[in-house]
Ligand binder design. Structure first.
Ligand code: SAH
Ligand code: MG
Length: 222
């Protein structure tokens, strides 16, 4: 996946990284992973729109949509914005600044919208505020690249991978985040889902950078 960018596109990425360091967006994506996503979308976006499952406050969205903008393409950003299990009150990744009006849970939608506005990315992003399974079942459009970073439990990642691989254009790419082979490194949901797609012959392995895995959809055997 590591593609050579033109000098102009390398400059755009360097500016994005400088700005992200100066004005960080809340989130769970390293600069290295964000840069890989940016490169992948630049390569894939000419073939069609891209999708992100799990936007949170828009950190990964900035990398994906900035590359879409350079290709005059679009990003569909799917998130119910109520947070994953680990973001809820009392859980390990709860952020009190993201609490909803009643204080009963979190609502990242206002933060996500602010990020899109601050980074001038509204024209390139279609937010879809609903559960990812509902979006995958309701949509008939297909995507050049889908980034999977929503619910991280084994059942949720398995469902996302299963549904969204069916929404890829021929030769399209599934990018799965937080893939850890060993349990001591992190939760096993994404790793198991990736292994299942490979075992079922639905995808072929392309590359892994840190915890970000790129798979390519294979045509269904008839
Ligand atoms: N990509 C983000 C981090 C995503 S965190 C970043 O770069 O920082 C996971 C997100 O997935 C949360 O915002 C949560 O609301 C969302 N999510 C979890 N389960 C979901 C589901 N079933 N449908 C839609 N969104 C979901
Ligand atoms: Mg992640």
């Amino acid at each position: 996946m590591l593609m050579n960018l033109s000098e102009a596109h390398e400059q755009c990425l360097a500016q994005l990284l400088d700005r992200m360091a100066a004005e960080p967006v809340k989130g769970f994506l390293s600069s290295a992973d964000g840069s890989q996503l940016f490169r992948a979308v630049l390569a894939l976006a000419p073939a069609g729109p891209c999708a992100e499952i799990g936007s949170y406050c828009g950190k990964s969205t900035v990398f994906l949509a900035s590359a879409c903008r350079l290709r005059q393409s679009l990003l569909m950003a799917v998130d119910h914005h109520r947070g994953s299990e680990e973001h809820q009150l009392g859980e390990a990744y709860h952020d009190a600044e993201l609490r909803n009006a009643s204080g009963s849970g979190i609502d990242t939608l206002p933060h996500f919208r602010r990020t899109l506005a601050q980074w001038d990315l509204e024209p390139w992003v279609m937010p879809l505020v609903c559960p990812s399974a509902q979006a995958a079942r309701g949509l008939t459009m297909n995507f050049a690249l889908v980034f999977i970073d929503g619910g991280h439990s084994p059942a949720m990642v398995a469902e996302d991978c299963d549904l969204w691989v069916q929404r890829l254009l021929p030769g399209g790419i599934l990018a799965v985040h937080d893939v850890f082979e060993r349990p001591e490194e992190g939760g096993q949901g994404p790793y198991l889902a990736v292994q299942a797609l490979l075992a079922q012959g639905r995808c072929r392995w392309l590359a892994q950078y840190d915890s970000l895995v790129f798979l390519q959809a294979l045509p269904l055997a008839s």
